[in-house]
Design a protein around this ligand. Structure first.
Ligand code: MBD
Ligand code: FE
Length: 281
């Protein structure tokens, strides 16, 4: 797998920090009660003390960790780091009480208020957009099977080099992002390109940790979606591609078997169908 170098691989982490500040309300950020704060924070600290004791963590290691934590903040990479290494567990806990299409993590690169397009739509892309054509069709329904007309499929993905518009300055705003509105049968038909695997920026503190630990920085190729309809719970999820690299060891641990697509070859690319089921709010 290859990616072209971006002038701001690490800059994407910093942009993600700005995007998070603007979106924490939408994401439901709220202060917890004193009781909850006491309990959860105390348990987090106790987990750290246990590792320190059992691993006999040294002063040099403690000071290196302190410096790294400061670097993550100064580089604006907390959203990137937390969405890659923590969000998957938060999502799985949330999923315990959810029905319908499986969700997975949102990640750091969603941007709201993108171009609204009718049900049969081609995503905004450059004239010479690299990558194989992907025709993605499906239907949005409620749990009873009733089609949901006017539902929104809010769609974003990386390009064939693994970059997200809004987080890499060489890409036009809104590239490969759109809100597609389902037709009166709840159907949509989105033309896009097959994305490439995504590499966490290697030149920031998150990348430095990954390298220092001997891990890899890759996510399997994926499409991001939020599907919403009036009176229904929004589903935030991702779709992957069967046989793709990194499916079994996603650095962000965000794959689920039921979210893996098996596209079929067409005359000029690939086509795949996937339906979404939303539960009532
Ligand atoms: C991504 O593209 C992504 O989807 C996640 C979850 C984290 C970092 C980059
Ligand atoms: Fe992504």
């Amino acid at each position: 797998t290859t990616t072209t170098p971006s002038p701001t691989a690490a800059g994407s982490g910093a942009n993600a920090s700005e995007a998070f500040r603007a979106s924490s309300e939408r994401r439901g950020a709220a202060a917890a009660s004193q009781e909850r704060t006491d309990r959860v924070v105390r348990r987090v600290l106790e987990a750290i003390y246990q590792v320190v004791r059992e691993e006999e963590v040294t002063y040099p290691e403690f000071q290196a960790a302190k410096r790294w934590l400061m670097d993550v903040g100064e580089g604006g990479e907390w959203p990137l780091f937390l969405d890659v290494f923590v969000e998957h567990e938060i999502e799985k806990v949330a999923a315990r009480t959810q029905e319908g299409t499986a969700g997975t993590i949102e990640g750091p690169y969603y941007l709201p208020a993108q171009t609204r397009l009718p049900a049969a739509a081609t995503l905004p892309m450059r004239e010479d957009e690299k990558g194989e054509k992907l025709l993605f069709t499906g239907q949005v329904r409620d749990l009873d099977g009733t089609p949901l007309a006017g539902a929104e499929v809010d769609f974003w993905q990386a390009d064939a080099d693994g970059y997200y518009s809004g987080f890499a300055p060489h890409l036009p705003d809104g590239n490969l992002r759109a809100v597609v509105v389902t037709d009166d049968q709840g159907r949509f038909e989105i033309t896009s390109i097959k994305p490439a695997p995504y590499q966490i920026p290697t030149d920031g503190p998150t990348g430095a940790l990954i390298a220092a630990a001997g891990w890899h920085p890759w996510r399997p190729a994926h499409l991001h979606l939020m599907v919403r309809a009036d009176g229904h719970r929004q589903v935030t999820t991702q779709l992957y591609f069967t046989g793709g690299e990194w499916l079994d060891n996603d650095v962000a641990t965000a794959t689920k078997d039921e979210l893996i697509l098996d596209p079929a070859p067409t005359a000029d690319g690939w086509a795949v169908e996937y339906d979404f089921v939303l539960e009532r709010a």
